[in-house]
Design a protein around this ligand. Structure first.
Ligand SMILES: [Zn+2]
Length: 134
């Protein structure tokens, strides 16, 4: 009967070891080693898989890369649309930063109002900490 081969992989850096370790010897992360399934080990050992991947990836000259036609939604604010490169990209995430009291919430509520008036669905979620008025 063949002995079951085991392989453990660090979830932090990808280091592999035939035995489990509490601390990865490569990146020193604790409790990061997980046992790979026999299917995962089989895939890793099948060299034809890596060959297929390496031949499928080809470098493309930058002049031959087609520009994606990204649809943008106007925020209703000309200035914000300009900053966002022409408007809000559907499915995108934009991080708005600034000092306390600079007007981030005011701007976002105004934009949310503009979008809602334009029959767009708006969900406003704020994780901001309430500040005491001095
Ligand atoms: Zn590691």
């Amino acid at each position: 009967m063949a002995k079951k081969k085991t392989l453990f992989e660090c979830q932090s850096c990808g280091f592999q070891s035939p035995r489990w370790m509490g601390k990865c010897t490569s990146c020193n992360q604790w409790e990061s080693m997980i046992e790979l399934s026999s299917q995962q080990i089989k895939f890793l050992k099948n060299t034809s898989n890596t060959q297929k991947v390496s031949t499928a990836i080809k470098a493309t000259p930058i002049t031959q890369i087609k520009e994606d036609n990204i649809s943008r939604i106007s925020s209703g604010s000309r200035e914000l649309d300009l900053v966002l490169g022409g408007g809000i990209v559907a499915g995108s995430l934009t991080l708005i930063g600034g000092s306390p009291g600079v007007g981030k919430s005011t701007l976002l509520l105004k934009i949310a109002g503009n979008l809602a008036r334009d029959n767009k669905k708006v969900l406003y979620v704020s994780g901001g900490k309430n500040q005491q008025v001095r």
